[in-house]
Write a protein that binds this ligand. Structure first.
Ligand SMILES: Nc1ncnc2c1ncn2[C@@H]1O[C@H](COP(=O)(O)OP(=O)(O)O)[C@@H](O)[C@H]1O
Ligand SMILES: [Mg+2]
Length: 206
């Protein structure tokens, strides 16, 4: 088993599942939490991630196949997706792919799921298909405010990691989102993003 990424919440390994190479995501124990609570949180997130990955598949979102879930050990075996993280694509490509990201997120929201961690490290471009990863913080919700939190995070990521293409990538994302959710809902969510942003600015002042 080879460690390929150490995250804040989980470690990602290249592992073998039934003889084929796969990804193993293990949620680590947090020493600062009370043991029983820690076990509960990790188990819950593991189950939730596996469930929401599968549910998203049911309405056409491309996500890794879940091979196996070990609730007690907080492990998920996932299909290994070959390709490049969107974060590492050339800037021009990120602008065009942002429309696809917008469509994907629009589809998730349309079906009552927020992703919760919309960074460009959570998308892999694989053979011209865009695959979405990491449902560890995803949840079922019908609140405009939650959808706006998704969009706001994506905008922030563009602002910090892809600042030279921020404006173009953002409008490309919103166009994709609009295709799935229509003008009315899109305007509501985007204006909620502005409200959250202005709250943030206010908080910085005081
Ligand atoms: N199914 C997968 N196929 C290929 N790479 C993956 C897969 N799942 C995770 N990764 C890689 O591991 C990284 C972290 O995985 P992720 O599920 O996002 O965990 P974290 O919660 O730590 O962000 C991803 O950015 C990606 O590079
Ligand atoms: Mg991630």
């Amino acid at each position: 088993m080879k460690l390929i990424k150490k995250g804040a919440e989980a470690d990602i390994y290249l592992a073998s599942w039934n003889g084929q190479t796969s990804i193993l995501k293990i949620r680590k124990k947090k020493e600062y939490r009370i043991d029983s609570l820690d076990q509960r949180i990790r188990t819950l997130r593991t189950i939730r991630e596996a469930r929401l990955i599968s549910e998203s598949k049911s309405f056409g979102i491309t996500t890794p196949i879940v091979y196996f879930v070990d609730e007690r050990k907080c492990m998920i075996y996932l299909q290994l997706i070959h390709g490049k993280l969107v974060k590492d694509l050339p800037p021009k490509k990120i602008i065009t792919i942002s429309t696809e990201i917008g469509k994907l997120i629009g589809t998730l929201h349309k079906n009552g799921i927020m992703h919760g961690d919309l960074t460009t490290s959570n998308f892999i471009l694989s053979k011209n298909r865009l695959v979405i990863l990491d449902f560890g913080l995803a949840q079922k919700t019908d609140k405009i405010d939650d959808y706006a939190i998704d969009l706001r995070l994506f905008k922030e990521v563009l602002n910090s990691a892809h600042v030279q293409i921020m404006e173009d990538a953002w409008s490309s994302f919103v166009n994709g989102y609009r295709i799935m959710l229509g003008t009315h809902v899109t305007e509501k969510v985007v204006s909620q993003v502005s409200i959250i942003e202005s709250r943030g600015r206010y908080a910085n002042v005081i």
